[in-house]
Structures are given as C-alpha cells and as structure tokens.
Design a protein around this ligand. Sequence first.
Ligand code: HEM
Length: 418
Amino acid sequence: MPMASTIDDIARRLVEPRFYADERAFHEGMTQLREHAPVVHVDARPGVNPFWAVTRHADVLAVERDDALWVNRARSVLTNADLEAKLRDLRGTQYGVRNLVHMDGDYHRAMRAIGASWFRPKVMRDLKVRIGELARRHVDSMASNGPDCEFVGEVALAFPGYVILSLLGLPEADYPALLRWTQELFGVSDDDSRRGNSAVDMVDVIADFNAYFTDVTARRRESPTDDLGSAIANARIDDRLLTDHEATGYYQIIAAAGHDTTKACLSGGLLALIEHPDELRRLQDDPSLLPSAVEEIIRWTTPVKTFMRTATADTVLGGVPLDAGTAVAMIYPAANRDPAVFPSPMTFDVARTPNRHLGFGAGAHFCLGAALARLEITAFFEELIPRLESIELAGEPAYLPTVFIGGLKRLPVRCRIR
Ligand code: HEM
C-alpha cells in the first residue's frame, strides 16, 4: 500500500494538463489509484474547486448509468474555478456555452433527438462514400508529399474537420476559421494552441464561434438545405424554434466534439501501430481484424480524458459515502486500462474481443457521434494499411497538455505508401 501522501500527490496531479500528456507517468499513477484509492478526494491546488476522481471501470459506469442521481448541469467539465465562475455568469447570455453536455432530463433528451436522427445507420451508410473519398484524398497526399509527414498537422486534423463540415453542410472555405477556433477551445492548456491564458480570451473564442453560427442559423432558416446544419436551425422544441443560443451551442458541440477526438484516435492509432509493428503486420495479413483494431485504438488512445457529474442526493460510490452536491470526475483513460475488465490492459491488441471500453462514455450522454467516429477511423486505416510499405518515427511525438480532450499534437513520421 503506497503512503497516503503518494496517493494524494497522484490525485492532485489530475488537475495538471501536463500529467495527461505524460502517458507513462499518468498510467502508472492511475494504476495506483485504481488499486488503492479508486474513488479519491482531490484537494486540488488553489484555483480548482475540490472534487472526487473515479478511476475504476465499474464505478465510472455506475455514475454514467444513473443520470437521475448524477447530473451534468452543475459542473460537466473539469476546469479551474475562475473559468467555472465566469462561464456560470455567462450562462443565459449570448456568450454562455450551453450544449448537450450541460443538460439533463427531458430537455436533454429532446435536444439530443434533434441531432440523433443525423447519426442513424442510414445516414452513416450514405456518408460512407464521401468519407471513403476524403480518406483516399488524405492518404494520396501523404503518398505524394512523402516520405516525411507531420501526421497530426497534415492529416489527422484536417480529415475529421472536413467530415464535420460535410455533415453540417458548411463550405470547405470556412474550414480554416473553424479549425482555429476548435484548436483554441481545446488547446487552452497548451502554449502552442491557445489564444491567451485567461477566461476572457476563452470568451473571445466563444464569441467568434457564436457570431459565425448565428449567421448560419439565419441563412438556413431562410433557405433550408438537406444537412444537419439546417436540421438544427429549423428544429422545434415545445413547438418553438431553437433560440440562437441553443442552436449555436448545438453547432459548437458537433463541430468541436467531433474534431479533436477523432484527430487523437487517428494519430494515436498510427503511433500505436508504429510502436507495435507485429500488430500492424497482423492487420495487414488479416484485414478482417480492422473492426476490433478500431475499438482497440479508441480504448488505447481514449481522447476524452474526463467528464464530470454532480450528485443530487447522498450516495455511496465504490464503497465511499459521498454527500449530495459532491462533484466527481470520471477518468476515462484510467477506466479503459482497468484489469478487472481488460485482460493485459497495457497491451495493445488489435484482436481484443470483447472490448467494453468507455471511450465514448455510456448512458444518456453516450457519444452522439460514435458511429461517425468509428466510420472515419475505419475508413482511414482501411485506406492506409494495405498501401503502407513502411513507416517509422521521424522525430519525437508530442502530446497536448489537457485535462479534457487531447492526444498527440505532433507525430513526425517517415513512410512509403503505394
Ligand atoms: C473517437 C472520437 C470520439 C470520442 C472518443 C468521443 C467521446 C465522447 C465522450 C466520452 C462523450 C461524453 C459521453 C458521456 O458523457 O457519457 C461524448 C459526447 C458527445 N460526442 Fe463524442 N466522441 C468522438 C467523436 C464524436 C463525433 C465525430 C461527434 C459528432 C460529429 C461527437 C459528438 C458528440 C456529442 C454531440 C456529445 C454529447 C452527447 C450528449 O451529451 O448527449 N463525438 N463523446
């Protein structure tokens, strides 16, 4: 049993973006927490409101599944106290971010249903061709620009970005601006990505997003088109159109949630295949392993690091009594390496079955775009793997420091592609 101070130190590091970027130290720490303090109080440094961290698969699942007990509205994302207060003040104003991940109950269900029909199997089947073309376009450009490629910047970022634009029905010309905003939103802890370091800078980014999407709503109401953008603009809830604020929040969550997450899976998946050449060879020899490889890539990379919930009543979680009002952070990458659910959890195994990872969460907030994400990751590796003659690292990979959504921010590779 490690000393209590060691456990406290590890728990405290959960608010440090750099911790998540140091994969080895992070997973070593999570092994300690899962074994010795699976539901642990995080008395974070000044500037972060206290919370409890949950690292075991079973406990994360228990929180996810009981959405009456564990609600999103109070505190859904782990962030510092200043930004939390600022965003709370802004709720209800045009700058307040409020989207599916901040909602609960019937209102959440009704809002979610607006987007859900755009992720159903038939729509996914129709998108498959377009996504396959985009995958080919990106692998072709790797082949023609090669052999050296900075995979994150040149491929992993752009590919899911274009897919989201297609789905929303937005012009490709708007891509650079949307890309910049999502990078600024999720890169708040990274010197290379953020616009600034304060809550005020974050509000500026949100304001840009809002101005752009308010205009999209107006145009789609004037002349509706057959895409998710128009579906949001013209959706009705309680017999009224969405407010600009509601519509904008919707576009934001789709544009933002679907971008960096998939990027992290593509780049983290490629790195895993480079670091495990036997697994790459297995996949090349037996393409029928691709579906299980895609799930393993999602488990292995787990791009969403945390989401939070707040208890509406006194409860017991993992044997620990918690008062009503307690906030917990679900540490998804820790749950996804839990040996109670995944035999040899630290092994990257493209044939792993079953694979009950929580990379997409679970329950009422289960990732709305999971089918699309799977389609994109599958399309990309389906195109790349048979054409790949050789691949190796051409420099040090670097991870984005983040407590929320992250993964590689740089992956220099040298490859030969047919
Ligand atoms: C591999 C890529 C992706 C990963 C790992 C991922 C992961 C997640 C996770 C962990 C959640 C929260 C689940 C929970 O609270 O239980 C979530 C929610 C969500 N995701 Fe994804 N996601 C991915 C791709 C996408 C894509 C491509 C889209 C859309 C285009 C998308 C849209 C959403 C939305 C709208 C929500 C909020 C759902 C709600 O609160 O009801 N995601 N995602």
